[in-house]
Design a protein around this ligand. Structure first.
Ligand SMILES: NC(=O)c1ccc[n+]([C@@H]2O[C@H](COP(=O)([O-])OP(=O)(O)OC[C@H]3O[C@@H](n4cnc5c(N)ncnc54)[C@H](O)[C@@H]3O)[C@@H](O)[C@H]2O)c1
Length: 272
């Protein structure tokens, strides 16, 4: 079977992460093409990845087996409406936009379009991405496999039975890297305040994050147990965890993730 040609409309942060990750997994540059309204963005991608680019989205619509829509939610309607209705037969559309429903996409792209909604995240660039996927009834089994194989080339993916769960995935893993980066930023600042050189604090915090995540992924006990194993009775970690608890960290995380999911739902209504 010949490899599908995959086109990225919108060649910004997320498309760059996905393209970079796919190329590291032996996807051939000849099978990838990207379009962006900014010529300088196209030039940057050509230099970085040696893939073809265009400033005309219609070129991709005509020749790609999979069209991955990676523009900001606010411009998605205009981008979709401007695409020709006559696109490559059997084409699968994958949208990675937060808060853009399949109903809206179908309205803008034409009834019966095969659409997969996907919520990836930026660690895809390192092959460590996480994606939630939802398929409309028009998507065939072969197209589901196509979508899965694209996202699995850059990490892991999970299928969702209900579209609304994409908002929950956005709150956990789509936006999630930013929460960890924010915590690491705070740990670096605090480490420096405790007297460490900043670059030392940064190295310690980053590799602690890496080690903790790797250990948790490969552990046969849950993360609560792993946490307890770091906490000696009446020791140092217990003091830190008690400070997090008494100052309301779990509630804060709950509120932040609810706000994230609420914003995704709000965007679906605003941009419908
Ligand atoms: N950044 C993330 O962590 C992340 C994670 C999951 C999903 N997403 C989703 O991915 C999408 C892209 O986000 P991003 O962070 O990569 O944004 P970005 O701004 O980095 O990239 C969007 C690109 O689209 C281009 N563009 C704008 N109008 C265009 C048009 N008419 N035709 C072609 N290209 C056009 C812009 O020039 C830009 O390069 C969003 O819908 C977002 O919800 C982002």
């Amino acid at each position: 079977m010949t490899a599908p040609v995959i086109g990225f409309i919108g060649a910004g942060n997320m498309a760059t992460s996905l393209i970079g990750g796919m190329l590291q997994k032996n996807v051939k540059p000849a099978n990838l093409i990207a379009s962006d309204s900014k010529p300088e963005q196209c030039a940057a991608l050509e230099r970085q990845f040696q893939i073809r680019t265009s400033t005309d989205n219609a070129v991709l619509a005509a020749e790609c087996d999979v069209l991955l829509l990676a523009v900001k939610p606010q411009v998605m309607q205009d981008v979709c409406r401007a695409l020709p209705r006559e696109r490559k037969p059997g084409q699968l559309i994958i949208s990675i936009a937060a808060g853009i429903s399949c109903v809206s996409l179908e309205n803008w792209l034409g009834a019966g379009t095969a659409i997969v909604r996907c919520m990836p995240n930026t660690p895809s660039l390192r092959g460590q991405g996480v994606s939630g996927l939802y398929a409309t009834p028009a998507v065939s089994e072969a197209q589901r496999e196509q979508a899965e194989s694209i996202l699995n080339a850059v990490g892991i993916s999970v299928w969702l039975d209900e579209e609304k769960l994409i908002d929950a995935v956005t709150a956990v893993s789509g936006s999630g890297p930013a929460y960890f980066f924010y915590l690491i930023e705070a740990m670096i600042d605090a480490g420096e305040k405790l007297g460490l050189p900043r670059d030392t604090a940064e190295r310690l915090a980053l590799f602690t994050g890496l080690g903790a995540a790797d250990m948790a992924v490969h552990s046969d006990v849950d993360v609560a147990e792993l946490r307890r194993r770091v906490c000696s009775p009446n020791g140092t970690t217990e003091r830190a965890i008690e400070t997090f608890r008494s100052q309301g960290l779990p509630k804060m995380v709950d509120d932040a993730m609810q706000a994230c999911a609420d914003r995704a739902a709000e965007m679906s209504r605003e941009l419908a």
